[in-house]
Design a protein around this ligand. Sequence first.
Ligand SMILES: Cc1ncc(C[n+]2csc(CCOP(=O)(O)OP(=O)(O)O)c2C)c(N)n1
Ligand SMILES: [Mg+2]
Length: 289
Amino acid sequence: MGLIGGFCHLYIGQEAVVVGVSMAARPSDQTITSYRDHGHMLACGLDPKGVMAELTGRRGGLSKGKGGSMHMFSKEKNFYGGHGIVGAQVALGTGLAFANHYRENDSVSLTYFGDGAANQGQVYESFNMAELWKLPVIFIIENNRYAMGTSVARSSALTEFWKRGMAFNMPGEAVDGMDVRAVKAATERALEWCRSGQGPYILEMQTYRYRGHSMSDPAKYRSKEEVQKMREEHDPIEQVRARLLADGVSEDELKKIDGAVRTIVSEAAEFATQDPEPDPSELYTDILL
Ligand SMILES: Cc1ncc(C[n+]2csc(CCOP(=O)(O)OP(=O)(O)O)c2C)c(N)n1
Ligand SMILES: [Mg+2]
């Protein structure tokens, strides 16, 4: 409908990652991620109206309508963005872990990044310092198999991202990122490792990006069949639904949950189209000059 200006990177297909991690984490643990951040924000407990209104550039948006989809923060919910520079959040997330270590506050930095970002130089500088100083950080690599239109096989010398910490003595494991139970269990192990003072940990979440990279994506780099197969055989939400039905939860109960979610979404959409845009006088506030 053209209501969202600029970029918009959807998280559809990857939901089990952030949900499973959040189930294991404490509200005091910090989250920091890339521009594919809407799911992370919702999982941190941020108001969907604030997220949606930021997408449409309205006053009630989480960054007052001036940040857009890639730049939303909430110190209150320990959500540190939303970063557009590929890999930049990894060094910042390591800094958050340094602060935790220094303050001895028992919090863990949940630092998310993509398979593409995993090839950036600052990631390895961060790995070195994190392990050297035993910083409480989980490096969560969301391997959704593509960086824009480039598959991991075409860009990465070592496609087993969980092994990327080996040169630094950092443990890691591969996780079925389409199964929320596997994500939660692996995150619990990693959190225990970090909180007991043993340093950082890598979780490679093997997941899949259903939609295009961003706003326009001709998707010539993968087949429709590949996407269809993932949706049909591995969808993280359908898996939960099938398990609940098998456990005796009724279709009616599931419909109620669906209905409640739809209400939240339409209320957010309504707010994001009715709320006014920021006043022009706001153009020079909240920025560093
Ligand atoms: C330093 C830098 N280089 C290039 C880009 C352009 N760019 C934006 S997203 C992206 C791909 C990153 O892929 P990945 O880390 O796998 O994350 P995903 O989009 O799959 O979540 C690239 C190259 C950028 N934003 N920043
Ligand atoms: Mg990727």
